[in-house]
Design a protein around this ligand. Sequence first.
Ligand code: HPA
Length: 261
Amino acid sequence: MAHSAALLQDRLGTHRCVVVLGSGWAPVAEQLGEVAATESYASVGLAAPGVPGHSATARSVDVDGVPTLVLAGRVHLYEGHGADAVCHSVRAAVRSGCSTVVLTNAAGSLRPTLPVGRPVLISDHLNLTGASPMVGPPPPGDPADRFVDLVDLYAADRRAAVAAAVPGTPEGVYAGLLGGAYETPAEIRMLAAMGADLVGMSTVLEAVAARHLGATVVGVSLVTNLAAGLQDRVAHAEVLEVAGSSTDALVEVLRAAVATS
Ligand code: HPA
């Protein structure tokens, strides 16, 4: 990770904020601001995702004056990676100097009040992946860092600032699952009973890892479909299509999120 952090700095410079673009969010990368430099993931030591809709490009972007590292694409547990691989790029970005981490994803909605095409601020999460980036030998340094505090994982002040800049932006609790398959209707009923508003296959591990390294975390889901049982079918092609036609709304919320950095 030290290697990737150094490569990111050497090739792309130092940034205040990192934005991770999830499924279908890639078109946003070019529209966030002026792109100063672009590198492939391979050239900065990051693993390339193997899922359609995820490119593998790291960019240095000036987002309204905030130097921002934009990582288009992430790897997932369901691709066969472990928690450390899933968190590698976010950890490298924080170690390279990013103090704010903005995580985006595509999600299914469990609430009629969170309709398809809507960007939603993540207010909290349920980590139901069965994995944790905190498994393994205790991290070096302060023993107090062994168990990271997640009470305010998705910074309330940053969420308020985004909602003030883009009025009406809703919030929801994101359930992160191992994935590889969409959920059954029975699983969605279970998740609703557990307090989930959104469901997806990413984000939760990266959020924990970023917070553990002291970064401030902002999460934004794009609702690409209603969850299983609330609509007829769930398909990845639809996820990408919705994301592609929601670009303007995504750019607006992301710029507001980066501006809080
Ligand atoms: N479930 C899980 N992950 C997803 C979904 C969903 O309905 N939509 C987009 N990513």
